[in-house]
Design a protein around this ligand. Structure first.
Ligand code: FES
Ligand SMILES: [Fe+2]
Length: 358
């Protein structure tokens, strides 16, 4: 399927996005989230199956999330709060209560559908597919992380950034901001800056800071003992897993950037671990640290968004801004690939070492 609406589409499509953390919807519940400028109703049937449909009623546009999930003999149905129309989780209209018996004969309600979005639940996350052709089936497998698919979410936090998706992703792949924006004595400061070099290589639809020993100036890594390696990946659209591994033990921080709309982006941070040391760290402390980091990034990108609204030129310098350039190239190349059907070109062709001070 090729890209059909190239003009003015601010979002990358034909990709899986973060929808919602699965534990946030219990069976028989539904919740509205805005994703890629659309109001999406995430729901879970009474049998536990996740689904996503538009939150806008096809009848007269009231929000379905104000209605209820009804358990019926044929399965769960979403009932609109306005006139009680019902929808199956696949979007199909199930009932229009106002129709009289003879009117029902004249209306084929199976032709009435609420728009639905393909979803897939794994790693405790409900992923949602946004295609250029909203009717087409996903052409990619759902995201794969290097941890067991049934890994439990140990902690989850979310932050709103008042910027577009690109600024948010770039902020996550920018090593030079760390001593300034995340300047705290127990982590990094401009005084602890020193030269670093890291080797990056291609992965499918992205790149990886290949497994390496963590920076000697990061106190937190010291907790995990010797033999630890870190790998950070970035995969379109905005999936950034960071794996810390020591033998078969891991601490995995998955940061996911998801456009809410053109000027608002959410950053979801999901932690998984099977490393005993981490289980001893109080969760409130981890949450607090995540909050601090996310708050610092959000303050920075919000201020940057104000500057960007004046449409200034930007500079990308060697080598610390190279990952940002790669991301922008990945993005462009994905659009070209979907529009033309030509093979996707990864801007990172082979392992390359970048050097910077941070
Ligand atoms: S607006 Fe939903 S049933 Fe009328
Ligand atoms: Fe940051």
């Amino acid at each position: 399927m090729t890209k059909s609406n190239a003009k003015n589409d601010p979002f990358l499509r034909d990709l899986w996005y973060f929808g919602i953390v699965g534990s946030e919807i219990k069976p028989g519940q539904m919740v509205q989230k805005e994703r890629l400028g659309e109001l999406v109703l995430f729901g879970r049937t009474h049998d536990g199956e996740a689904f996503a449909m538009t939150d806008i009623c096809p009848h007269r546009a009231i929000l379905l999330s104000g209605g209820e999930m009804v358990k019926t003999e044929t399965g769960t149905q979403v009932q609109c709060p306005y006139h009680g129309w019902r929808f199956h989780p696949d979007g199909q209209c199930a009932n229009i209560p106002s129709l009289t018996a003879d009117q029902s004969e004249g209306v084929d309600i199976t032709k009435i559908k609420a728009k639905i979005f393909p979803v897939h639940e794994s790693y405790g996350v409900i992923w949602i597919w946004f295609g250029y052709d909203s009717e087409a089936e996903p052409c990619l497998d759902p995201p794969v992380l290097d941890i067991p698919a049934d890994s439990k979410v140990r902690m989850h936090d979310e932050g709103d950034f008042n910027c577009d998706m690109d600024a948010a992703v770039i902020s996550l792949m920018d090593p030079a901001h760390i001593p300034y924006i995340h300047n705290q004595s127990w982590w990094r400061t401009p005084k602890t800056m020193h030269e670093k070099q890291k080797t990056f290589g291609p992965i499918e639809r992205g790149f990886s800071m290949l497994p390496h020993k963590p920076s000697s100036n990061s106190f937190i890594y010291k907790l995990f003992g010797t033999g630890i390696t870190t790998e950070i990946q970035l995969e379109l659209p905005g999936l950034r897993p960071e794996y810390m591994k020591a033998g078969d033990k891991h601490v995995t921080t998955v940061t996911i950037v998801t456009p809410v709309n053109e000027s608002k982006t959410i950053i979801s941070i999901i932690l998984y671990w099977n490393h005993p040391v981490v289980s001893f760290v109080p969760k409130w402390l981890i949450r607090q640290a995540v909050h601090i980091f996310m708050g610092q990034d959000s303050t920075a990108v919000d201020a940057q968004a104000i500057g960007m609204s004046y449409d200034p030129p930007q500079m990308f310098i060697h080598d610390s801004d190279i990952p940002a350039k790669w991301y922008l190239a990945l993005r462009r190349n994905w659009e070209t690939h979907r529009a033309t059907g030509e093979p996707f070109v990864n801007p990172v062709k082979e392992p390359v070492t970048l050097r910077w001070r941070s």
